[in-house]
Ligand binder design. Structure first.
Ligand SMILES: [Zn+2]
Length: 413
């Protein structure tokens, strides 16, 4: 019976150096990274990660979705592993920390265990999930979705990028379609470190966010239907302009968010007008809506308000609205034991911490279907992410990795 060692620190400069080394692969144009999934840059990043894992005496296996698992044996290697990781792919204009931090913090935790000669009862696995970002192939979090059984592998494999290349072809092209079947298996606990991608931790001077869950999300496609008319000859009284009607509805959607203070999120990210001529009043405007809230009940209310606003729009403008819901994701609540392990880790290192809900989706959401799961957030400068300017300090990432190490040792013993 061995006692878990407390208050161990990772090697912060080694962890920082690994980030900077990884960032050299697929450099962006403004100091960040463009290492999109299953590109040659992704291949190089994966190769570097594999080399580091092998140097740390871990065996790397790759599944048919290209998910990479590096395994450190436990004293009882028949037990289910404790797993940690995230993703190495980036957005086209991505940062150096989103995803990368979660993979490298796990690697650094294992390297620290090696340095200190620490063995754990359970094996420890580090994972690099394929295609978390979803910018080249949709949907996002694809590797972990297939692994957890939330997405069929043949559906994932058939998705195409802008050039018509399928996911399966891209996996083959970079030599990362592995032999291990991608399917659920027993995991004792899963931890994902990630930058917050929002402003709260920095604003409140907290080093650690104990991520209690991920908010509910709903996506829509909205179609506003008017009448195409000559821009010069049609007086206001004769118009059914889909663009001005859509603009009103977009502002109503913003109201739905604003009236909820900090709790609601509404975003119109893509908007297209048809037929698309400068001197024709559009007869059709299509736009996407992304709505989020920590609770499904409140998200349902937001849905009702959105649909009512669409009905009112017809009364006010004569333009009808078709609303198609394209995605719904239930809120996720992480495991209380895993969360307590993270809180204990923060306490023993004297890091200021707070509980926090994640505004973004993460691979941990998929893994939470299979295994007790928690996430650890660290602050990032000005809350900026999915942007090449994304930054977290060497001290911030070391603090997150220290807490991860503590939580891994807790759960692996
Ligand atoms: Zn990420």
């Amino acid at each position: 019976m061995s006692v878990v060692q407390r208050n161990l620190r990772v090697n912060g400069s080694r962890l920082w150096d690994m980030h900077m080394e990884m960032a050299k692969i697929g450099p962006g144009i403004a100091g960040g990274n463009n290492r999109q999934t299953l590109t040659d840059e992704d291949r190089q990043g994966r190769n570097l990660f594999q080399k580091w894992c092998e140097n740390a005496k871990m065996a790397v296996s790759i599944d048919t979705m290209g998910n990479m698992f590096a395994r450190r044996a436990g004293r009882d290697d028949s037990l289910a592993p404790v797993m940690a990781g995230s993703h190495l792919d980036t957005q086209p204009t991505g940062g150096r920390f989103d995803g990368v931090f979660g993979v490298l913090a796990a690697l650094e935790a294992v390297q620290t265990m090696n340095d200190l000669g620490i063995e754990t009862k359970r094996p420890i696995e580090i994972v690099n999930w394929t295609n978390e970002e979803g910018s080249r192939f949709g949907p996002p979090m694809m590797g972990s979705a297939v692994f957890s059984g939330a997405l069929a592998e043949n559906v994932a494999n058939a998705t195409q990028d802008h050039d018509g290349v399928t996911m399966a072809e891209a996996l083959d092209a970079i030599g990362y379609r592995g032999k291990v079947a991608t399917k659920p298996r027993s995991i004792h606990a899963f931890f994902e470190c990630h930058i917050e991608q929002g402003p709260y931790l920095e604003r409140e001077d907290k080093a650690i966010g104990v991520v209690t869950g991920v908010q509910a999300m709903r996506w829509y496609k909205a179609r506003v239907l008017g009448e195409a008319r000559h821009a010069g000859t049609t007086p206001p009284s004769s118009r059914k302009d889909a663009m001005t009607a859509a603009a009103r509805l977009v502002l109503k959607i913003d109201d739905i968010m604003q009236k909820r203070g900090d709790a609601g999120r509404c975003t119109v990210g893509i908007l297209q007008a048809y037929p698309g001529s400068p001197n024709v009043c559009p007869d059709r405007v299509e736009f996407t809506v992304d709505m989020r809230n920590p609770t499904t009940d409140e998200l349902n209310l937001m849905d009702k308000e959105f649909r009512r606003a669409a009905e009112d729009l017809y009364v006010d403008t004569g333009c009808g609205v078709e609303i198609e819901e394209t995605w719904f994701s239930e809120p996720v609540h992480f495991d209380s034991n895993c969360l307590d392990a993270v809180r204990r880790g923060a306490e023993e290192h004297g890091h200021a911490w707070r509980d926090i809900m994640s505004g973004a989706g993460h691979d941990a959401v998929n893994v939470a279907r299979l295994a007790p799961t928690a996430m650890i957030f660290i602050p990032c400068k000005d809350g900026i992410s999915h942007n090449e300017a994304e930054y977290s300090s060497p001290e911030a990432i070391a603090a997150g990795a220290d807490v991860l190490l503590a939580a891994l040792l807790d759960l692996a013993e």
